[in-house]
Design a protein around this ligand. Structure first.
Ligand SMILES: NC(=O)c1ccc[n+]([C@@H]2O[C@H](COP(=O)([O-])OP(=O)(O)OC[C@H]3O[C@@H](n4cnc5c(N)ncnc54)[C@H](O)[C@@H]3O)[C@@H](O)[C@H]2O)c1
Length: 303
């Protein structure tokens, strides 16, 4: 993993300050932290969420010097995503940064997951990202073509950056969050493949793969006796989930240095590398992990 390149000159034009950004799932957790980090760094942000009230709260509290405005958006609605991307670009002249961040999860035994729940998680986590890419990528390609290579504002033929929030679940395959793992693997694959295609055309793609982050999602989507905090923390030996504001700062640094992947924190990077180096060992470890989780969750249910 390359060390993020730091901006040597804080007054130099960069890929956040003065840029226009759209963040989905901005009403809570990581999306809200991204909005705060972006406006603090001088970006003008559209904070979009299914929950318009939450998005408005986040936008109102976002620090300057940048600005934030809220929009209601259901990422499962492709036409609505296209309309918001078009409207944002029409208002600002450009859309520089798209954060496909909205996501949901289900945790528990896969036989307890209904087909409607499978559809819901695929619709939000996969189609939601696809809708963002389908709406913004052609626009960013046009922007790249019309931005002079010698532009003085730091754009240099840059059409924009697409940043997809996947997860460590997109790199490792641990059971009891099987539907989530399936969707996040799709997001990682989509992001890396698109990046290899988009690089020569002036558009950057970054995929974000954190392990547990302290957000409300840890308490959501529980099937049966599944408990997210036990799963993500006790079961994985994580003492404290990552602070979403710390993650958002890392994401912005990854955007500035056009990194392909942000795998964070360090323990996640170690686990990921072991998984790639020893897939058989890792698969057997996953079986033990699931057994341990079941015991943990049975104890919790009985207490
Ligand atoms: N928190 C973690 O531990 C963690 C770890 C890795 C990856 N992630 C990923 O980070 C992203 C953000 O999750 P979070 O932890 O901030 O969760 P969160 O539940 O706090 O926030 C998710 C936001 O997405 C919004 N949303 C849900 N469905 C939507 C839809 N159809 N259209 C628009 N908005 C919608 C929700 O209203 C909510 O505001 C997700 O993609 C999640 O999978 C989270």
């Amino acid at each position: 993993m390359p060390t993020p390149r730091l901006q040597a000159d804080p007054t130099a034009p960069d890929r956040i300050r003065g840029r226009t950004a759209l963040v989905t799932g901005a009403g809570s957790g990581i999306g809200a932290a991204l909005v705060r980090a972006l406006t603090a760094a001088g970006a003008d942000v559209v904070a979009a969420d299914l929950d318009e009230v939450a998005a408005a709260r986040v936008a109102a509290a976002a620090p300057g010097p940048g600005t934030a405005r809220a929009a209601r958006l259901d990422v499962t609605d492709g036409a609505a995503v296209q309309a918001l991307v078009d409207e944002t670009a029409a208002r600002s002249g450009r859309l520089d940064l798209l954060f496909n961040n909205a996501g949901i999860t289900f945790g528990g035994e896969t036989e307890d997951l209904t087909l409607a729940q499978w559809d819901a998680i695929i619709d939000v986590n996969v189609r939601g990202v696809v809708h963002g890419v389908a709406a913004a990528y052609p626009l960013m390609l046009r922007q790249a073509r019309t931005t002079p290579a010698d532009s003085t504002d730091g754009s240099d033929g840059w059409g924009g950056q697409i940043v997809n929030t996947a997860s460590m679940g997109g790199l490792m395959a641990a059971g009891l969050i099987t539907s989530y793992v399936a969707t996040k693997h799709a997001v990682v694959g989509l992001s890396l493949a698109l990046r290899s295609e988009a690089a020569a055309k002036g558009v950057g793609v970054t995929v974000v793969c954190p392990s547990a982050v302290e957000t409300p999602i840890l308490e959501k989507g529980h099937l049966g006796r599944f408990h997210g905090r036990d799963y993500y923390l006790k079961g994985q030996g994580v003492r404290r989930p990552l602070d979403p504001d710390v993650l958002a700062a890392q994401v912005l640094e990854a955007v500035r240095s056009d990194r392909a992947m942000l795998v964070t924190p360090r323990t996640a990077r170690v686990i990921w590398r072991v998984g790639r180096w020893a897939p058989g060992f890792t698969q057997r470890a996953s079986v033990r992990f699931v057994a341990k989780q079941r015991r943990l969750q049975a104890r919790r249910a009985a207490s």
